[in-house]
Design a protein around this ligand. Structure first.
Ligand SMILES: [Fe+2]
Length: 185
């Protein structure tokens, strides 16, 4: 599936601007992580782009038990059959689906993208020139973006074998690459 088709699905199923920004930012991080690991950038990107596709629906219906599963159902109906990507989508929520590098990486990408977008939003230059050191300060500041699951950033070495600083540097690049699409450039 090419990116235009994927973006059309994002627009079809997710309704909120904030969700769109989150999906694109996780996509950006996943793409650069894939590049780092010598994996398939566009498929890792799709996992990031789709991982919360059903969130606006499952959240509005107070049905978060179906979150992830509904996305997989929709994507299959749309004819999307990349099992590794579908597994990674489930992996962002369920440990039993964290079975390979892609499905493990998405957990960390999800969390770090949240922190980076929140950090960019409070900077006049937005994502431009964002530094690892300042992001680490935001990581320590618990009252800043409290919804971010910080443990999934801190445990990145355990999860996918990257040092925290390197992971943050990669992730910053990821968000910067998509920044013009989400008002962060
Ligand atoms: Fe997410």
């Amino acid at each position: 599936m090419d990116r235009d088709e994927a973006l059309a699905l994002v627009k079809k199923y997710s309704t909120k601007e904030i969700t769109y920004r989150h999906l694109i930012s996780v996509e950006g991080v996943m793409r650069v992580l894939a590049r780092h690991f010598g994996e398939d950038e566009s498929r890792w990107g799709l996992a990031g782009l789709f991982h919360d596709l059903d969130y606006d629906v499952t959240e509005a219906e107070d049905d978060l038990g179906r979150h992830g599963y509904l996305t997989v159902e929709w994507l299959r109906e749309e004819g999307f059959e990349d099992e590794q990507v579908l597994n990674a989508i489930l992996g962002h929520r369920f440990e039993e689906h964290q079975t390979d590098l892609m499905s493990k990486a998405i957990v960390h990408a999800d969390a770090v993208a949240g922190l980076l977008v929140a950090s960019a939003l409070v900077r006049p230059e937005k994502a431009d020139g964002m530094k690892v050191s300042s992001v680490k300060k935001k990581l320590k500041e618990k009252s800043f973006a409290p919804g971010v699951e910080r443990e999934h950033i801190r445990n990145v070495q355990e999860g996918i074998g990257l040092e925290l600083d390197e992971f943050l540097a990669i992730s910053i690049t990821g968000v910067q690459e998509v920044a013009p699409e989400i008002g962060l450039a």
